[in-house]
Design a protein around this ligand. Structure first.
Ligand code: FAD
Ligand code: 2HG
Ligand code: ZN
Length: 482
């Protein structure tokens, strides 16, 4: 291997650099007695699918610490994996072998907030929900929300360019991240912590790190443009009889709710049956429908918004676009309706595992991949209700407003026979329709062999040039997609 192995001398250096005992979790022979169970949370991903063997976790508390770590690792040829909340879904946040984990959890300070411009400056290791709560108390909102908000870090969000539940309203992090401080692999601190909305002064280098998945540097601080929090929020949940009607509902929602529409999420019947099977709560609507969608509006005037929503509801109900629906009456019901959407990833993993495909497909074709994959898995004799079948459900849900579908194949056990039926079939299907094999989760380790289905050789070559320029020794998150 081209990387060095961590020695007791290396550990002594890191202990000295970081100062506190709590900053180093070490099970390196002769240098620390951390048990495998102390290291396990850093070695294993959220899905329990990827398992590394690190013996050393470093927890910097400052940019200087992060810079010192990388400078040393670069000189010593020690491989590094940056880690935020470890909620990533593509195996990017855990080591493949024994790479050093640099956990950002101690860099969790909020530095400043300007309520005139809405600019928030904070450490990369702040938990998304904590940042959003801080903003809520000041009448603002973080321009990103997702089911893992209680654990994921804003740095991890930016490193994956996470999309989430309200991208349709607030846009991508490529737009809302105004500034960034990052440490490059040789220890250089890239101070681009600009708090201005407009800044056309040459190359916008921070954009390279947004979505780079920790392959060219560690993000240490961020300046984020945060919108005003809408005082009036409404959520409606619909049962819909066909995908064609779901598309009509989306078009009507855009046309009639326009500026107050803040989310349009799609869930199929199977996803909701599985959430019900795990949580056992009363379902929002009677009976089963082939599709459900959750529509959220946020605006500044409750009466105005409610009037618009009511008119929209009346329209889609009387024109038979939706079959049934319910509107949340208070904040508790809003939370509960969102629960039927946000808990899908967690609930469908309940039986053993999930094969996940996070894809962008032109809207008209978006759901047909679920039907095609289901037919294929069924024909192969792999899908069924009893234990002898590895697959218990082929599920589609996701961010319909962004043409982003989550195709999930819920399994009782991971099985090569299932994999062979799914891959490369799914990727070829997407390539044919000019879709993307990763809409929002990134590539990590999971999608590394498949990048060619969405990027041509020229694009890959240009990416490699950038990687080699910033990280000539290749120490940053090696073995992953690049
Ligand atoms: P990690 O998982 O720790 O890391 C992710 C990647 O970023 C790794 O490659 C890591 O090396 C790198 N990284 C982390 N921190 C830094 C840093 N400071 N500097 C440089 N690199 C870094 N994603 C969506 O896009 N939309 C969703 O709706 C969504 N919902 C989710 C719901 C659930 C229940 C779960 C478990 C995940 C969901 N995700 C979603 C996946 C998403 O990628 C993560 O939740 C989140 O963006 C990752 O943040 P994290 O702090 O956990 O990063
Ligand atoms: C979501 O939208 C997440 O819930 C997770 O992006 C999707 O687990 C998945 O496939
Ligand atoms: Zn998603």
């Amino acid at each position: 291997d081209r990387f060095a192995r961590v020695t007791p001398e290396d550990v002594a250096f890191f202990r000295d650099l970081l100062g506190e005992d709590a900053a180093v979790i070490c099970g390196v022979d002769g240098a620390g007695d951390a048990a495998a169970s102390d290291l396990e949370p850093f070695n294993e991903d959220w899905m329990h699918k990827y398992q590394g063997q690190t013996r050393l976790v470093l927890r910097p508390a400052s940019t200087e610490h992060a810079s010192g770590i990388l400078r040393y690792c670069n000189e010593r040829m020690l491989a590094v994996v940056p880690q935020g909340g470890n909620t990533g879904l593509v195996g990017g946040s855990v080591p493949v072998f024994d790479e050093i984990v640099v956990s950002m959890a101690r860099m969790n300070r909020i530095h400043s907030f300007d309520d005139a411009s809405g600019t928030l400056v904070l450490d990369a290791g702040c938990v998304l929900e904590v940042a959003d709560q801080f903003l809520a108390e000041r009448g603002h909102i973080f321009p990103l929300d997702l089911g893992a908000k209680g654990s994921c870090h804003v740095g991890g969000n930016v490193a994956t360019n996470a999309g989430g539940l309200r991208l349709l309203r607030y846009g991508s992090l490529h737009g809302s991240v105004l500034g960034m401080e990052a440490v490059l692999p040789d220890g250089t601190v890239m101070d681009d912590l600009c708090t201005l909305r407009k800044n056309n002064t040459g190359y916008d280098l921070k954009q390279l790190l947004i979505g780079a998945e920790g392959t060219i540097g560690i993000i240490t601080k961020l300046a984020v443009q945060c919108p005003q929090r809408s005082p009036a929020v409404n959520v409606a949940f619909f049962g819909i009889e066909s995908y064609e009607k779901a598309q009509r509902a989306f078009r009507e929602a855009k046309a009639q709710l326009s500026e107050i529409l803040s989310a349009f999420e799609l869930m199929d019947a199977k996803s909701q049956q599985l959430v019900h099977a795990v949580r056992g709560e009363k379902r929002p609507l009677e009976g089963d429908h082939p599709f459900y969608c959750l529509i959220e509006t946020s605006g500044s005037n409750g009466d105005h918004d409610y009037e618009k929503l009511e008119k929209f509801l009346e329209d889609v109900m009387t024109n038979d676009v939706v079959a049934d629906g319910v509107v949340a009456q208070d904040a508790t019901q809003i939370k509960s309706l969102w629960g039927w959407r946000e808990s899908v990833p967690e609930c469908i993993g309940h039986w053993g595992g999930v094969y996940k495909y996070d894809v962008s497909i032109p809207l008209a074709d978006m759901y047909s991949i679920v039907d095609d994959v289901k037919a294929r898995v069924d024909e192969a004799g792999l899908l069924g209700d009893t234990d002898e079948f590895p697959v218990l459900g082929v599920i589609g849900y996701g961010h319909m407003g962004d043409s982003n579908l989550h195709l999930n194949i819920a399994v009782r056990r991971y099985d090569k026979a299932v994999e062979r039926v799914l891959e490369p079939y799914v990727y070829e299907w997407i390539e044919k329709r000019k879709g993307s094999i990763s809409a929002e989760h990134g590539l990590g380790l999971a999608k590394k062999p498949y990048i060619k289905y969405s990027r041509n050789d020229t694009m890959l070559g240009l990416m490699k040039q950038i990687k080699n320029l910033y990280d000539p020794n290749g120490i940053m998150n090696p073995y992953k997609y690049i």
